[in-house]
Design a protein around this ligand. Sequence first.
Ligand code: SF4
Length: 250
Amino acid sequence: MLAGLAILIYTAALIAIAGSVAPRLALVFSPLGKIFWIFIIFFSVYLWVSFILTILFAYTNLPLFLYLPFKTIFYLVPSAMLLGKILGVKRESFEKSYIDISNRINKKRIAKQKPKKVLLLLPHCLQAADCPWKITFDIENCKGCGKCSIAKFVEISHRYNIPTFVATGGTIARRIVKKTRPEMIVAVACERDLFSGIIDVHPMPIIGVLNRRPFGPCYNTEVDVEEIISILDTVIPHPDNDKGRESIHG
Ligand code: SF4
């Protein structure tokens, strides 16, 4: 909703600018004033239509026939964030809302055009803190003891035959994306990391799944593995999905 408020402020500012600039332009060449007004009105209407369509695409069954509206809203994110800060909106709630809307739009995008190369990115904090095995860069080093969810992700990686990496931070995650060149990413992280990741890889479709932090941030975090499997099932068809699910859930 902050994007809507940002557009409202933009519209008011644009009208104020047009009100002062258009008469001066008309003095130089009379049609210029009108042309400037038409441009400002057209641009304001475009912003509102983009906002309304983005909401409809994300929260209704309306098919995603145009990606441009969401792309326009994407460019309003910095100003909406600034506005949120001024209004005292928690950064985490803003990030959560953006992740939700982005996930909904991206799910429709991938349903339309299934990506061939999917990357699964996991945060290091999913690994049990006292596990001695180094799984960053090579998840296969996990010994499958079952103490944390990494063992399940090794199975998921084999089952769907997708590259799966554990990243210790944003820089490493960006390096992995650059190296693997996926067409779509399924990422697990906290609000802050997911949000910055989504912004970084835009316009690549990314479905973000938030981790749970029962012991506080960045320590022995958890994630709903079933949710990841459901997302992958929609992208990568597998002949024996139910059998595979049973084996992953043990
Ligand atoms: S499941 Fe793998 S990563 Fe997790 S504690 Fe056991 S060996 Fe370590």
